[in-house]
Design a protein around this ligand. Structure first.
Ligand SMILES: Cc1ncc(COP(=O)(O)O)c(C=O)c1O
Length: 388
């Protein structure tokens, strides 16, 4: 018996993240321009770093309340109210988590009974389906298409629902497509959710990175606040990926269930990170605006460039990903990404790692400097000459 045999069947059945596989390859090469990573190229604002340092200087090195510093939860409640017009009680409806990642995991584990189905709108963030499986549920994939800018339609949603369906995970603006759903679209989806008595896990981690249309929180639509587990965090909007800090807002009974899991597994989110986050919410908004302006400029540049090169690309409304079609080359997403890396040293992520519906596309993160983006475009244009 090898040690492999000790690994649980559920874990053994999960595929490794396709993103990492590709990066391990790129990491060993010289001169690679990377459009691969899904994280800001900005460093966290100095005042936020300073607040964390200051908390250490003051010796605040112990656990906080399991749900997070009440002061931080109160600030989060204020932000949710002001930015998205939704009211949550800091004492009972907000939980500070170790990144949005923990929030998604807790949400799933606190609602799923064995065998219940969770709808996953694909292409999507790589962790959704595996986390559903790990929670004992069954991920049911809803495929969206490039022709419709990867927007979930009410008909697609309706068709996927069965008597076993418990919830849906939705992410807008989306990773990897950048697609943002507007208020009217969310209203139509909400009607179906309500009619079928489902819950929604709304991953709104990119809420602050919306470039054209005003962002609408799912929880603000109709009475969806009672059916929504809202996931958000500091990683993307405040350039704080390494701080591992997110938060969840949810109906009280669900939040209490999540808190139970959180207190047995994490106890609380890191204390110094919570002090940093408090400063970010209080005084970090000018920096968020600057970063958003910069991403918008980069988005405009890269989408225009891709379309000029012959890589058809819809205009993504938010996040920091472009998702161009590579259909013209006749290559699979994996082959395209591999050839591009080997021949031109540009790292992108093959679209199929985000689900089958991403096949024929590549994800390009534009959270890179304009100079880097220009270099990447130059190299991709040269690569595409082989496919004219
Ligand atoms: C859609 C989405 N949700 C959640 C996360 C994880 O965020 P965090 O760093 O806060 O765990 C990511 C990170 O890439 C993401 O793209």
């Amino acid at each position: 018996m090898t040690n492999e045999n000790y690994v649980s069947k559920t874990v053994a059945s999960l595929p490794p993240s396709g993103i990492r596989k590709f990066f391990d390859l790129a990491a060993n090469m010289e001169g690679v321009v990377s459009l691969g990573v899904g994280e800001p190229d900005f460093v966290t604002s100095w005042s936020v770093r300073e607040a964390a340092i200051h908390s250490l200087e003051e010796g605040r090195t112990s656990y906080t309340a399991n749900a997070g510093l009440l002061e931080l939860r109160t600030e989060i409640a204020g932000y949710m109210e002001q930015a998205f017009n939704v009211s949550y009680q800091p004492e009972h409806q907000i939980l500070v988590t170790v990144g949005a990642s923990e929030g998604i995991d807790l949400a799933l584990r606190s609602i799923i009974n064995p065998g219940e189905e969770v709808l996953v709108v694909s292409p999507c963030f790589v962790s959704y389906a595996p986390l559903v499986t790990m929670a004992g549920g069954v991920p049911k994939i809803i495929h969206t298409t490039g022709e419709n800018q990867f927007k979930l339609t009410p008909a697609e949603l309706e068709e996927a629902i069965t008597p076993n369906t418990k919830a849906m995970i939705i992410c807008s603006p989306n990773n990897p497509t950048g697609t943002q759903l507007n208020k009217e679209e969310l209203i139509k989806i909400a009607e179906i959710i309500k009619k079928n008595d489902l819950l929604v896990i709304a991953d709104e981690i990119y809420a602050e990175l919306a470039y054209d249309e005003t962002f609408t929180s799912f929880a603000s639509v109709g009475d969806m606040i009672n059916r929504t587990i809202l996931i958000n965090g500091f990683s993307k909007s405040f350039a704080m990926t390494g701080w591992r800090l997110g938060f969840v807002c949810a109906p009280r009974e669900i939040l209490e269930a999540m808190l139970k899991l959180h207190q047995y597994t994490m106890m609380c989110a890191p204390t110094m990170a919570q002090y940093g986050a408090l400063e970010a919410l209080k005084h970090g908004w000018d920096d968020v605006e600057d970063m958003r302006t910069s991403y918008r400029q980069r988005r405009n540049y890269i989408v225009k460039s891709f379309n000029e090169i012959g890589l058809t690309c819809h205009n993504p409304g938010g996040a920091f990903y472009a998702f161009p079609s590579i259909a013209k080359t006749g290559l699979s997403s994996q082959k395209f990404a591999e050839k591009l890396l080997l021949e031109e040293r540009v790292a992108v992520v093959p679209g199929d790692v985000f689900g089958e519906s991403g096949e024929g596309y590549i994800r390009c993160s534009y959270a890179s400097s304009l100079v880097q983006l220009q270099e990447a475009v130059k190299r991709i244009a040269r690569f595409m000459k082989n496919y004219q």
